[in-house]
Design a binder for this molecule. Sequence first.
Ligand code: SF4
Length: 433
Amino acid sequence: MTSINTAIQLITREDAERSVVRGGTCSPDLARGPWEFDLPAGPDAAPDYGPGASMQDVAPASTPRQGELPEEYRLAGDEELEARILAAKETLGDRLVILGHFYQRDEVVKHADFVGDSFQLANAALTRPDADAIVFCGVHFMAETADILSRPEQNVILPNLAAGCSMADMADADSVEDCWEQLEELFGTEPDDGGRLPVIPVTYMNSSAALKAFCGRNGGIVCTSSNAATVLEWAFERGQRVLFFPDQHLGRNTAKAMGVPLTEMPMWNPHKVLGGNTEQELLDSRVILWHGFCSVHKRFTVNQIEKARAEFPGVRVIVHPECPMPVVDAADEAGSTDYIRKAIAAAAPGTTFAVGTEINMVNRLAAEFPEHTIFCLDPVICPCSTMYRIHPGYLAWVLEGLVAGEVRNRIVVETDVANHARVALERMLAARP
Ligand code: SF4
């Protein structure tokens, strides 16, 4: 059985105890092996994200595809895969470091040397400069960031190349360059009397290396969900306004909390001239929000919060800032995955939490902190589609490749792109309080 079925059992048992009515899974395909979605259905079939929260999103034609996973890994049972992973880890020893994202399934995370968010994991890899191989059990942009920050001799490996990120894919380099040209034409490129440039580009960590490099080249910076406010302050010191991509919700929630009126946050739709705005709206703007979102966090609603409050008086509702603004406003608090974990760890025993973030992380928190009642706001189990693509079968396949001297699924960021992206990442580190 897959981890999703395990999650279903866990939720069902716990929900029965809590009398919470739950809504099953968002797709029956989640019970199938991810390899069933790796190969195109036909010669002209477009790539898709597979089952899970992003299954309705349109994947760009350039989405990397994973080749066929050898049959021995597809047919192997959980115990056999676990034994093979452990044996390969033992053989590779300190030559290997495995990173597991908070949203990854348990049977993969259990093999990780470090578990955390994308930036924590990229930094964790830096503590292992002697490792030849960094196996990133996360998604594509995370592996790219690890490659940018690691030594050139280190191989960063993504076990399934189809593990992208639908949000990151919503801002491609060509569309952002086109937007930038239109903004430069409208605003010009000269600083004002205070030395502030017309616009500063800010990209969320959840973006391609090409976009991080774009920010590096154009006086911009990277942010995470932990430091977005600090980064926006940095940008406002240097610019009259900010172009924030790809996540509109993180941008809007952060800027609103800093006092920027919603009327000064137009949305940029890359399919329309001037992003669908008038010149005056852009001239009056403080933050121009890209039309992107996370399909996992878009699922959370104010109704779910009201229901949780009705069923659990005194419940603490804590959500991720990738959730839509009305959800963040209705919650008791909002913060990054690291913030959520620390808030739960610091709470008095017996606290009830309704959490608005990815289901694998919520289930893991519920298991880790049994002194609390912790459940996911969304009654439907719907994990991140692309995290789901990493299965122990792929982990075993890449590790056994390393044992045999073969580097499979290496992620390499071109040197010029990496150099510019590093500039934007270093600005973020310098801006951190
Ligand atoms: S949870 Fe959302 S932002 Fe994170 S990898 Fe999945 S789709 Fe991307």
